[in-house]
Design a protein around this ligand. Structure first.
Ligand code: C2E
Ligand code: MG
Ligand code: MG
Ligand code: MG
Length: 288
């Protein structure tokens, strides 16, 4: 009897697995076509100076316009793109599109310092030696200053490429590009790489920021991370700021920059553009 039950379970499992695998293969097929047709759109989320409420730049976040399923989030398809290698052409499209958009905004709304754009790099992109030339070409083609481009790389992407990581980072640095550590605190516990690698910006993961107003331990952790970043000469961005209370805590800790739904969700380019000419789009939040 137990055996029969076991078998039934097994069949249910097989059936679910099968459905899952088929859906995944379908998604992979669709993704391959989407990359050919460039069925993607970039959304832009402002990164805000917490002392003044000014927008210093935007993070570009990719969205997939699926013909039947509507907008699909990167959490769902970036891992598949990464696994299949489709992230290489997709990532190149993202970089070019983000740089082109930045150039248009800089031409239309000049500011001092100029706006920046942050682009996420996946582990696989980061391990491609040809990345350097791709980026060099995109900079020339779009005419943006390398200092205005920030590349976001997670701790794990750095650690998965330890052999080549340092070389890659140094080459990108030499071009004048700024380097950010994304999702800091979620990956490896070794801080050694922070000291060794030439990173400019540290982005504190949302999981810390989201509890900074209720959890004393998290508050202390964030304080420690900010101090660490300062000692290393890095700028700090708090990710996922959602409440005015979190904002107040971050300001008390002298965290310079923040990003999150409190200020704005990631927006389609035309909506993001409306925020740029406003001198103090978030002043009401900053003053509370
Ligand atoms: P990420 O780089 O850490 O981006 C921040 C994510 O947090 C975004 O999710 C953003 O919408 C979300 N977020 C921002 N503020 C808040 C907030 O206040 N509350 C909450 N709950 N969430 C917030 P999104 O756009 O779904 O992207 C998810 C991840 O997908 C990104 O995490 C990044 O790792 C990856 N990704 C997105 N675009 C690209 C891309 O063009 N290339 C690559 N390789 N990865 C990308
Ligand atoms: Mg990011
Ligand atoms: Mg992040
Ligand atoms: Mg993330």
């Amino acid at each position: 009897r137990a055996k029969a039950q076991g078998k039934a379970c097994h069949e249910v499992f097989d059936h679910d697995m099968h459905t899952h695998v088929v859906a995944l293969m379908q998604l992979e097929n669709d993704l391959r076509r989407a990359v050919e047709r460039q069925d993607f759109e970039l959304y832009y989320q402002p990164i805000v100076a917490l002392a003044t409420g000014r927008i210093m730049g935007f993070e570009a976040l990719v969205r997939w316009q699926h013909p039947e399923q509507g907008i699909i989030s990167p959490a769902k398809f970036v891992p598949i793109a990464e696994e299949t290698g489709l992230i290489i052409p997709l990532g190149q499209w993202v970089l070019r599109e983000a740089c082109r958009q930045l150039k248009q905004w800089q031409d239309e709304f000049s500011s001092e310092p100029p706006l920046t754009v942050s682009v996420n790099l996946s582990s696989r992109q980061f391990s491609q030696p040809s990345l350097i030339n791709q980026i060099r070409q995109i900079l020339v083609e779009t005419g943006i200053d390398a200092h205005c481009l920030k590349l976001e790389i997670t701790e794990s992407a750095i650690m998965e490429n330890t052999e080549s990581a340092m070389d890659m980072l140094l080459q990108l640095k030499a071009m004048g590009i700024q380097l950010s550590v994304d999702d800091f605190g979620t990956g490896y516990s070794s801080l050694g790489y922070l000291y060794r690698f030439p990173m400019d910006v540290l982005k504190i993961d949302r999981s810390f920021v989201s509890r900074v107003d209720v959890d004393g331990e998290k508050l202390e952790l964030v304080r420690t991370i900010i101090t660490l970043a300062w000692n290393l000469g890095m700028d700090v961005v708090a990710e996922g700021v959602e409440t005015t209370k979190q904002l107040a805590q971050l300001k008390a800790l002298k965290c310079e920059y923040g990003q999150g739904f409190l200020f704005s969700k990631p927006l389609p380019r035309l909506e993001a553009a409306k925020l740029i000419p406003q001198p103090h789009p978030f002043l009401h939040l900053i003053q509370t």
